[in-house]
Design a protein around this ligand. Structure first.
Ligand code: AG3
Length: 284
């Protein structure tokens, strides 16, 4: 008998991945956590039935959520990462030797535990001496921080369930205060193609735009996320992701990446017309 994992990408569209074996399944305090072994994508982690990472395409997401902001400004010493208990974002950040400290705030300890068991190559950097793991609600954690972080990465789930609070104006306002003057926030920004994702994208954009002086959206091709086209948000108090790109500096670091490069950096901010229209039309 064949086993398939199926995710609803919209009410009318389903996306399926053939499974070799289900490896783990549990209901944590916050969400359902599943791990599958698959012939095409290697191991796959899903939360509440949505693909979070696959071993085959996670490099795209993690390259884009980390290297884009890291190439924009040089002095990133103190970083806050919210969500991301799988460790992929922290793994990429740890490749920068100038980064001095990373606070990783994950609400669900079970995600870290499960990923340590099934994705050890991703979670290895969680034990880097520069990393402090906090099992806490990101929304609350950031409230008491002022002028502390050079970079905040919001590597959240979608805006329902445990990730909901991480898409609110209150949260973005608190992140603004937690950032230094030339600090940058990046987040996973949903997608423009299917209606529900597009609504979430517009809401996030409107709220970020109302809090930060600069808010730009950039894109990547991620095969296992709905529509295969996923967006990220870049917000700052003044730094521009393209004008302030320091390609020479970033390339001099010699960080080898499989997706990101500094030409793509400029290109990924050039959005298709339907996405631009959707974003400028505001939330519906
Ligand atoms: N973070 C979740 C990205 C959004 C996924 N949404 C979806 N498939 N509908 C991924 C965590 C990687 N560190």
């Amino acid at each position: 008998m064949e086993l398939w994992f199926t995710e609803n990408h919209s009410e009318n569209v389903r996306f399926s991945i053939k499974i070799d074996a289900p490896l783990h399944s549990e209901q944590s305090e916050y969400q359902r956590i599943d791990v599958f072994s698959t012939p095409e994508f290697g191991r796959v982690l899903t939360l509440d039935g949505y693909v979070m990472i696959t071993q085959k395409d996670e490099f795209i997401y993690h390259d884009m959520i980390v290297h884009v902001p890291m190439a924009v400004k040089k002095k990133v010493k103190n970083v806050l990462v919210i969500g991301a208990g799988d460790g992929g974002t922290v793994r990429e950040l740890c490749r920068y030797k100038d980064v001095e400290h990373i606070d990783l705030v994950e609400i669900d300890e079970a995600v870290i535990r499960v990923c340590k068991e099934y994705f050890p190559e991703m979670t290895a950097s969680l034990s880097d001496e520069r990393v402090t793991v906090h099992i806490a609600d990101g929304l609350r954690f950031v409230r008491r921080k002022k002028n502390e972080y050079d970079l905040i990465i919001v590597d959240s789930t979608d805006p329902f369930g445990p990730g909901e609070g991480l898409f609110t104006r209150e949260f973005y306002g608190n992140c603004y205060n937690a950032l230094t003057d030339d600090g940058v926030l990046v987040n996973q920004h949903e997608s423009a193609f299917y209606e529900n994702d597009a609504k979430a994208m517009c809401r996030a954009h409107d709220r970020l735009r109302s809090v930060f002086e600069v808010h730009r959206v950039y894109q990547a091709h991620i095969p296992t996320y709905a529509s295969g086209h996923w967006l990220f948000g870049f917000a700052s108090k003044g730094l521009d992701p393209i004008k302030d790109l320091d390609a020479g500096y970033w390339n001099s670091l010699g960080i080898k990446t499989k997706y990101y490069n500094t030409d793509l950096h400029t290109g990924c901010f050039a959005l298709p017309n339907y996405v631009i229209e959707r974003l400028s039309g505001g939330a519906v």
